[in-house]
Ligand binder design. Structure first.
Ligand code: PLP
Length: 334
């Protein structure tokens, strides 16, 4: 039985076309700025998203770290959601490596931050306080899409207060597909954007940070400092270019499959959160370990958690989703 891995959309295998593109990519040393495929990826995504410059890096964590450190110096502060990846899931890197103080705020139910609260925690220019420099948002946030009007309002608030605005757009294209807009309609509200190629887009590795020439220049220096200067990285960039040209539209299928899964589990009596993109959250309480074990017998990989997250991606078919629903339905009968 083929394995159905719902733990994350990072688990995808490169498609046949992607492997071909990788195998034939022209290469050079990217630390010298001489990898033509990396240069093409950076130029391509910067232009698509409306930025002057871009930097290809190994991971989203590194991309966010470089962005935060390029926007903020020692003793500066950034405002961020309690649930944000940069705050909660990146080892506190901005604080450890950048001496940047986070000012966390509760995320609202829709994944956004209350902009009145944001304005209220911006510190006055006074030597008692850290200097508030940046607001970081995430989109999608746990599968939820931030409305375009909200992004415009966040942009206004940050501009009024002289803050920069960063987007952790690990799943930017899921948001764009869901809203039926160009990704640039989302990113134009931001000063910098980090886009993962390794999530639903299906590349094996890689994230691109986009911003101004000046910001990306700083990020390039910092990338070398943290050991992210890589050499013939063009094969990975080729995977990213292939994903951007061929695997964006397919995200819509992932969203349909997530919807199908949610409806099936609701019908089977589970408590399921409304689905917007490719993530399904189910309240499992103390039954998550037992479910994980049963699922594993059916070659279904899950993360055990009271609030169970399942993520659809290009390597999960509609038929496989139906199999998952059957296993969950049977489990709930016991
Ligand atoms: C996956 C992810 C990242 C980056 O993760 P890496 O594993 O370091 O590539 C950043 N932000 C969000 C929201 C993510 O989901």
């Amino acid at each position: 039985m083929t394995v159905i891995d719902l733990r994350s959309d990072t688990v995808t295998q490169p498609s046949a076309g992607m492997r071909d593109a990788m195998a034939s990519a022209p290469l050079g040393d990217d630390v010298y700025g001489e990898d033509p495929t990396v240069n093409r990826l950076e130029a391509e995504l910067a232009s698509r998203l409306g930025f002057a410059s871009a930097l290809f890096v190994p991971t989203g964590t590194m991309s966010n770290l470089l962005a935060l450190m390029a926007h903020c110096g020692r003793g500066d502060e950034y405002i961020v959601g309690q649930l944000a990846h940069t705050y909660k899931y990146e080892g506190g890197g901005a604080a450890v490596l950048g001496s940047i103080q986070p000012q966390p705020l509760e995320n609202q139910a829709d994944g956004s931050l209350d902009l009145n609260q944001v304005a209220a925690v911006i510190k006055p220019d006074d030597f008692h306080f850290a200097r508030t420099r940046l607001l970081a948002l995430e989109n999608t946030m746990q599968g939820k899409v931030l409305p375009i009007e909200y992004l415009a309002a966040a942009s206004r608030v940050t501009r009024e207060h002289g803050l920069a605005l960063h987007l952790d757009g690990a799943r930017l294209y899921n948001a764009a597909i869901k809203l039926g807009v160009n990704a640039a309609d989302i990113t134009r509200h931001f000063d910098s954007v980090s886009v993962c190629l390794s999530k639903g887009l299906g590349a094996p590795v890689g994230t691109v940070l986009c911003g101004t020439e000046e910001l990306i220049g700083k990020a390039r220096r910092l990338r070398k400092m943290v050991g992210g200067g890589w050499r013939q990285a063009g094969q990975l960039a080729a995977a990213g270019l292939y994903a951007l040209d061929n695997q964006v539209e397919g995200l819509a299928h992932d969203h349909e499959n997530a919807q199908l899964l949610a409806e099936g589990l609701l019908a089977a009596g589970y408590e399921v959160e409304p689905v917007q993109t490719n993530m399904v959250y189910v309240q499992m309480g103390d039954r998550s370990q037992a479910l994980k074990a049963v699922a594993s017998e059916h070659s279904i990989k899950l993360t055990a958690a009271p609030r169970l997250r399942m993520v659809t991606h290009r390597d999960v078919s509609r038929g496989q989703i139906e199999r998952v629903i059957d296993v969950f339905t049977e489990f709930n009968r016991q």
